[in-house]
Design a binder for this molecule. Structure first.
Ligand code: HEM
Length: 504
């Protein structure tokens, strides 16, 4: 059986080579393509550049080929832009032209071919989904409605850590407890639900399925079948696992959360705005016939990934940098003590009075961007960019990490120095007011969750630092901050053990 597949693959490969050569000759005449390594038929540049197209490797290629370059990855065109001007062009000036998303074979599965919001092309469906999600998720009213809940969640983290004697001696993997906190922060908004402990069986199941989804989607190991369709039969096993995980996950969302909420929502309570949680708003849109149940489930899927993981990774990076820079940690603690008074617990309104806390958050998002290549953009039609032709349906990556870490544009970018955001970069905000700094993107497809992410980061880091001295485990002077990049994500490779000494 495998031999038959192999034989077919080889014949197909031969045909594809002939077609590719013909097409590339034909295309070469028509298009002025961006520079890049010379592609070979069928494989393009894949064999030259490899699979691991993370932000650092793409920065190296930018140094070689320039601020805009093109990689042919098998059948797919990948355009990478690495300058503020070109980022502005993609995200702002030509925001409509480049406002769609590419999906690959795996994201096709997890998003039902774009029935969600994050991975859908720019158009009517995206506009509708973004509108429907705005009121329940992305307004200041939501922040004010839920911020006390977030404050309670982090207070519970502080209490739990205090109750663990080993936290102050050998240390704990703080991230595990913070993960529960992030789920609770978002599940309160979505379903008015929370999980009692890290051992809650439903939480354990949910966390495992979400983790598996992320691992499968962000991995580079399926690139070959995505780039070279003829090799796709060899990917069958991988795609089957993706489909199973997707089904089990959506079923879990439906059985344990959506259907439970539907049972609870009486007509009386849904009239009362105060009692509504996000999913009630979304279900109303479904009842009005604006979206279907699959769309509802994909909204839940999007929030599980886009909101929880990104914020958790950023918190984890923030803690890692604070542990490795004790003087910065102490300066932050001093600020909180002197502005609020010792022992007065940081709340969301307080975060606006703490400029150094804001600077620490900005610097974390600059140096350790959770989504360093943004979510891939795409042009539905042939387009022009930086004087070059961009063929329709190219995957367009904005290397936001490079923009924010380029020594030509930043003073000592390799140094973790929050002070830069109080000194030479004092005017730079995280909302995209400067095209050198786009941790949440900017423009039509920018992150709407910034309005929730920034206060959650402020409350969480603020409370941890004011209640504990955060240190590396005994015998280590720093924690390991090796990175793990994915298709477009960046998180810490090892979830470190951290000593959290309660302040006397
Ligand atoms: C520190 C935390 C976060 C970071 C660093 C982050 C970053 C990003 C980035 C870079 C994008 C893509 C922008 C682009 O392609 O131009 C994005 C998109 C998105 N984010 Fe976030 N995000 C965070 C938290 C959140 C939260 C809390 C939510 C929801 C509650 C959220 C929901 C979304 C959605 C729905 C999109 C897709 C927007 C679209 O395609 O129209 N994010 N995020």
């Amino acid at each position: 059986m495998d031999l038959v597949v192999l034989e077919k693959a080889l014949i197909g490969l031969f045909v594809a080579i002939v077609v590719a050569i013909t097409v590339s000759k034909f295309r070469g005449k028509r298009f002025k393509l961006p520079p890049g390594p010379f592609p070979v038929p069928v494989f393009g540049n894949w064999l030259q550049v490899g699979d691991d197209l993370n932000h650092r490797n793409l920065s190296d290629l930018a140094r070689k080929f320039g601020d805009i370059f093109l990689l042919r990855m098998g059948q797919r065109n990948l355009v990478v832009v690495s300058s503020p001007d070109l980022a502005k062009e993609v995200l702002h000036t030509q925001g409509v032209e480049f406002g769609s998303r590419t999906r690959n074979v795996v994201f096709d599965i997890f998003t039902g071919k774009g029935q969600d919001m994050v991975f859908t092309v720019y158009g009517e469906h995206w506009r509708k989904m973004r509108r429907i999600m705005t009121v329940p998720f992305f307004t200041n009213k939501v922040v004010q409605q839920y911020r006390q809940g977030w404050e309670d969640e982090v207070a519970a983290v502080v209490q739990d850590v205090r109750n663990k004697p080993e936290a102050s001696t050998t240390g704990i993997v703080l991230r595990r407890r913070l993960q529960l906190m992030m789920y609770n922060n978002m599940y309160r908004i979505m379903f008015d639900r929370r999980f009692e402990s890290e051992d809650d069986p439903l939480f354990v199941k949910l966390k495992a399925l979400n983790g598996e989804r992320s691992r499968l989607a962000q991995s580079f190991e399926y690139n070959y079948g995505d780039f070279i369709p003829i090799l796709r039969p060899f990917l069958r096993g991988y795609l089957k696992i993706c489909k199973e995980v997707k089904e089990r996950r959506l079923q879990l969302f439906k059985d344990y959360f959506l259907d439970e909420r539907k049972k609870l929502a009486s007509p009386k309570s849904s009239d009362n705005n105060e009692l509504k949680c996000a999913i009630d708003h979304i279900l109303e849109a479904q009842q009005k016939g604006e979206i279907n149940e699959d769309n509802v489930l994909y909204i839940i899927e999007n929030i599980n990934v886009a909101a929880i993981e990104t914020t958790l990774w950023s918190i984890e990076w923030g803690i890692a940098e604070l542990v490795n820079h004790p003087h910065i940690q102490q300066k932050l603690r001093n600020e909180i003590d002197s502005v609020l008074g010792r022992g007065v617990q940081v709340t969301e309104p307080d975060t606006h009075k703490l400029p150094y806390l804001q600077a620490v958050i900005k610097e974390t998002l600059r140096f350790r961007m959770a989504i360093p290549l943004l979510v891939p953009h795409m042009n539905l039609h042939d387009a022009r960019l930086g004087g070059y032709d961009i063929p329709a349906e190219s995957k367009v990556l904005v290397n936001a990490w490079r923009l924010a870490n380029n020594p030509a544009h930043w003073k000592n970018p390799n140094e973790f120095r929050p002070e830069r955001f109080l000194e030479e970069e004092a005017k730079v905000e995280a909302n995209g007011n400067d095209f050198r700094y786009l941790p949440f993107g900017v423009g039509r497809r920018s992150c709407p969750g910034i309005i929730l992410a920034l206060p959650i980061l402020g409350i969480t880091l603020g409370r941890l630092v004011q209640n504990f001295e955060l240190l590396p485990p005994p015998g280590q002077c720093k924690i390991d901050t090796s990175e793990k990049g994915g298709q477009f994500s960046l998180h810490i490779l090892k979830h470190s053990t951290i000593v959290a000494k309660p302040r006397a």
